[in-house]
Write a protein that binds this ligand. Structure first.
Ligand SMILES: NC(=O)c1ccc[n+]([C@@H]2O[C@H](COP(=O)([O-])OP(=O)(O)OC[C@H]3O[C@@H](n4cnc5c(N)ncnc54)[C@H](OP(=O)(O)O)[C@@H]3O)[C@@H](O)[C@H]2O)c1
Length: 303
């Protein structure tokens, strides 16, 4: 694609025959990603923790597009049991997975823990997706031209994992820093998974994306941020484009990261962007991998 051209949903070819999971697709960027891929004839699994919200999302997509294949499946990323149930049910019902889009996320909630005792942000945003991906990887790997997309954030730049206290039990909880930790973890996971797959001889592509500043429910825990959304945030249709590009662009390379190309990467059309130097630290990424396997008890079979 010419550098000056804008990447839009018009660049997405027909997706007939493809099976896609989008986590956290009851609202925001996940919903829009699911809607667009369904409109391009992919079979889309709306993977959500709330059945009512999921049903509403599917209804809305079907009201807008005729003859689409969209289905709700329950997935609570704050519960390793729910993740296992979801993966087991999915594997019973599908024999391929073309695209796994790890989109769901929480930002700056009051301090709380997942069912398994992880701090909510790193637990949902990272450990949950690590466990989900590990349990679906066999199926993804046996699907030709498949891809995994992890949704990170500009906020990864504020992340700096403290392995002595990943769950903020020994320090005063700093919500924004914990969010940054979870979002840099998404990038360590992306790059480390890609390295391990490549070393094992797999040609599976792992990419990442961030939606800049997009007006969604993500900022629900911050009044000032909700107010600033009105001034700075992109519409959701545009905010979903980096994720869609990371999922679809056939020029994408291993470990590519896409985000909006405008001011501070807050807005604009999706382009390839760079994450910070810390996110490329292979020692930290490998350590996080080992810790994630140990804490989730999900072992990746990559040799
Ligand atoms: N909006 C932005 O400006 C921005 C910027 C940078 C990065 N991001 C990233 O973009 C992604 C999507 O966020 P968004 O902006 O679209 O926010 P959103 O509208 O709040 O969507 C987040 C989705 O994640 C789901 N979710 C939360 N916890 C979950 C759990 N335990 N299990 C399953 N699903 C869960 C939510 O479900 P419920 O509806 O049930 O709560 C919701 O559907 C996130 O990873 C976020 O970090 C967004």
């Amino acid at each position: 694609m010419n550098k000056n051209q804008r990447w839009t949903t018009g660049n997405i070819p027909d997706q007939t025959g493809k099976v896609v999971i989008v986590t956290g697709s009851s609202s925001g960027i996940g919903y829009e990603t699911a809607r667009v891929l369904a409109s391009k004839n992919a079979e889309v699994i709306v993977a959500v923790r709330n059945q009512t919200k999921g049903d509403k999302a599917v209804q809305q997509i079907k009201a807008q597009h005729q003859d689409v294949h969209v289905k709700v499946m329950l997935l609570d990323l704050a519960s390793l049991k729910s993740i296992k149930n979801f993966a087991d049910e999915f594997k019973q019902n599908f024999d391929r997975l073309d695209l796994l889009i790890n989109n769901a996320g929480v930002m700056i909630p009051p301090y709380s823990k997942t069912e398994d005792g992880f701090e909510l942000q790193i637990g949902t945003n990272h450990f949950g997706h690590f466990a989900l991906t590990g349990q679906l990887l066999d199926l993804i790997q046996c699907t030709p031209m498949s891809r995994i997309v992890n949704v990170s954030s500009v906020g990864h730049r504020g992340g700096n994992l403290n392995f002595d206290d990943l769950n903020w039990e020994k320090r005063d909880y700093k919500a924004m820093r914990a969010y940054g930790d979870s979002k840099i973890a998404n990038l360590y996971f992306t790059y480390e998974l890609q390295r391990r797959l490549t070393q094992s001889g797999s040609d599976l592509l792992v990419t990442a994306a961030h939606p800049g500043w997009t007006g969604t429910d993500l900022q629900r825990h911050s009044g000032p941020m909700q107010f600033m959304n009105k001034l700075f945030a992109m519409p959701i249709e545009q905010g979903a484009l980096p994720t869609l590009r990371a999922a679809i662009d056939d020029q994408a390379q291993r470990g590519d990261y896409f985000g909006p190309g405008g001011f501070m990467e807050w807005n604009g059309y999706p382009v390839k962007v760079s994450s910070n130097k810390r996110s490329h630290d292979k020692t930290i990424a490998s350590k996080l991998w080992d810790v994630s396997e140990a804490l989730t008890d999900i072992r990746y079979n990559l040799n």
